[in-house]
Write a protein that binds this ligand. Structure first.
Ligand code: F6R
Length: 246
């Protein structure tokens, strides 16, 4: 586990963008694993800047997203497909058909989960996977209790996750109750994983994560079993850690 502690959200985003761009420079046909939510927004802005100012190209890049709300179609403004199109894909030179997000509307959902897991294996697990962390330690939408052996599956979201994500919806009741998510095993297939955490509301989760105690109670802890993880935290997210770990 490599720990990078930076001053603020801006620096976290820059550092993460640097790692993504280095990956693209190493291999311009890379597969990137992407996340949604507030945490990677700054990273995506930096990646867009990279295309405009540093000649970075996504022409041959493929992306797989971690998750999607169940029941929302890709053109719903709260869907993760929509988020990715708006915040990143339509602003860089990626080919839309090379961007993959689970289909939240697919029926039966089990078949969609299987299709998505096979897709991850087919195009290759991500060379670099970006992760945010839920306050309850979830990665993707793998809520506490999810087994380490999980592959892409449909989950019922915890009340705390729905409350936290309600900020994106006009009404709390509109937050979907279920989501499709890559499993913990799917995530651990990635070559390299970059976890981002920013802000005081993530401090408790970062502290728990850095204890290094692996348990299904805290899904992010399974990342300790992976040999190429970088955690980038800002000062606020790191504020509850007393004993530093490297
Ligand atoms: C999003 C995802 C989630 C978020 C996590 C943190 O695709 O998989 O695990 O990364 O809920 O969300 P934010 O960044 O909004 O705090």
């Amino acid at each position: 586990m490599k720990l990078i502690c930076v001053e603020n959200y801006e620096e976290m985003s820059s550092k993460a963008a640097q790692l993504v761009e280095q990956q693209i420079q190493r291999d311009d046909h890379s597969v990137l694993g992407l996340a949604t939510g507030s945490t990677p927004l700054g990273l995506y802005e930096k990646l867009i800047q990279g295309v405009k100012e540093r000649n970075i190209s996504y022409k041959h890049i493929r992306t797989v997203n971690l998750d999607e709300y169940r029941g929302l179609s890709g053109d719903h403004p709260n869907s993760y497909r929509y988020f990715m199109n708006e915040k990143l894909f339509q602003n860089i030179d990626i080919m839309f058909e090379n961007t993959y997000v689970p289909n939240g509307k697919a029926v039966p959902v089990e078949a969609e989960c299987q299709r998505y897991e096979e897709l991850i294996d087919k195009i290759g697990p991500p060379d670099l996977q970006i992760l945010g962390m839920g306050m309850n330690g979830h990665i993707g939408f793998n809520e506490p209790g999810t087994p380490e052996t999980s592959v892409t599956h449909c989950v019922q979201l915890e009340a705390s996750t729905r409350n936290s994500n309600a900020r994106f919806f006009s009404d709390r009741d509109e937050v979907p109750t279920h989501a499709i998510t890559m499993g913990i095993q799917s995530i651990l297939k990635s070559e390299q994983i970059v976890v981002l955490a920013s802000g005081k509301n993530k401090a408790q989760a970062v502290k728990r994560f850095l204890e290094g105690r692996i348990s299904t109670d805290f899904p992010a802890s399974f990342l300790w079993e992976h040999n190429h993880v970088t955690l980038i935290v800002d000062k606020d997210a790191y504020s509850l850690v007393t004993a530093k770990e490297e």
